[in-house]
Design a protein around this ligand. Structure first.
Ligand code: NDP
Length: 339
């Protein structure tokens, strides 16, 4: 077994946009196991937009990531050594192993590793469609938007890890589903492979009028539910087409993650249309995870929920892949292959 554990630490906090200089690659010895310990070789690292919030010190729903510590991150891997009766060498597990090749979990840290079954679901999917992004899609769609058959649901960042699942879950509930995504390739994928009814490429639609005109054409009966991943102009355009008693799930506002304000242009529409707008953080709703994962896992195993992965090769590639994710250069769930 290898004796070196490569890790990526947070070296400094971003000033404005994050850069590769904010990260530092180091090598540490693979730790020795004490009684009760489990050693995991991380095979996949998940890169997610929330990590930017942890890099900064500003007000947020979560504590900032400490400097000079391993970057936070979800991981999927294999147990390579165990002095714990609950884990055997070869078990496939998911956890929050961070940006590193090996993760040592002590016997006292109960519940931090989940064993997963890879017979019908690939290990990497537990970081995407059958993991946190999938559950995020499920919560916002099922618990906030709650679409009825025949209603129209719109989702932004539609080709992404969360957005792709939202649309397919909404289709499974009989909704008409319209995606919004950046570029013709992403839109073709959203329609042709994920089965959305329409997808709007927002990139050439630079003002509110052109975006809301495109939404009007794609949503002839108006919008009953919207799953917001982006904010800004997209949200304003959706608001203009929202029906009475429509629901918006506020999941992410990625267009404002670099700190620039993204004011809502017309909040009076909330009142006029008696709308429900609700933000949520998926980790605060652990009670729904089993039900959501059951549906997501069944759909993936039976080919009813499709997804795409962008894979960066090797831990050293993680910072650039993360910066690319924040610029929309990913196409589907952004992962780093660590083995
Ligand atoms: P994605 O895989 O969707 O990747 C992010 C995508 O955002 C990009 O590919 C890009 O797609 C799109 N995007 C749109 N506008 C911008 C912009 N101005 N700058 C950069 N990218 C933009 O990521 P996830 O599926 O992991 O996450 C989607 C959203 O869900 C994020 O906002 C994230 O923060 C949020 N989230 C919230 C959670 C919660 O608990 N509330 C949990 C997990 C995720 P395109 O090219 O189509 O524009």
């Amino acid at each position: 077994m290898a004796t070196i554990n490569q890790q990526i630490l947070l070296a400094s906090r971003p000033e404005g946009e994050p850069s590769a200089d904010n990260f530092k690659l180091v090598e540490k010895p693979v730790p020795e196991l004490a009684e009760g310990d489990v050693l995991v070789r991380n095979q996949w690292l998940s890169l997610d937009p929330y990590m930017l919030g942890r890099m900064n010190e500003g007000k947020s729903y979560a504590q900032p990531q400490p400097l000079d510590e391993v970057m936070i991150g979800g991981t999927a891997g294999e147990v390579v050594a165990s002095r714990n009766a609950h884990f055997q060498v070869g078990d496939k597990v998911v956890g929050m192993g961070g940006w590193q090749q090996y993760q040592l979990v002590s016997g006292a840290q109960r519940g931090v590793l989940q064993k997963v079954d890879t017979a019908r679901i690939p290990l990497s999917a537990y970081l995407g469609a059958v993991g946190m992004p999938g559950v995020t899609a499920w919560y916002g769609l099922v618990k906030i938007i709650a679409p009825r058959e025949g209603e129209t649901v719109v989702v932004s960042a539609a080709s992404g890890a969360v957005g792709g699942a939202v649309g397919q879950l909404a289709k499974a509930r009989g909704a008409r589903v319209v995606g919004i995504a950046g570029g013709p390739d992403k839109c073709a994928y959203v329609k042709d492979e994920l089965g959305f009814d329409e997808c709007i490429d927002y990139k050439p639609l630079k003002d509110l009028k052109s975006l809301s005109t495109a939404l009007k054409a794609a949503c002839p009966k108006g919008i009953d539910g919207h799953f917001e991943n982006v904010g800004g102009l997209i949200l304003d355009a959706v608001m203009l087409r929202a029906n009475a008693f429509s629901r918006i799930a506020f999941c992410g506002m990625i267009s404002g993650y670099n700190g620039e304000p993204i004011p809502m242009q017309n909040p009076s529409l909330i009142l006029v249309n008696r709308m429900k707008l609700e933000g949520f953080i998926v980790s605060e709703h652990m009670e729904i995870w089993p039900e959501a994962l059951k549906e997501l896992g069944t759909m993936v195993a039976t080919g009813k929920l499709k997804y795409r992965e962008s894979v960066a090769d090797g831990l050293a590639a993680a910072p650039e892949a993360f910066l690319g994710l924040l610029k929309g250069r990913n196409f589907g769930k952004q992962l780093v292959k660590l083995y």
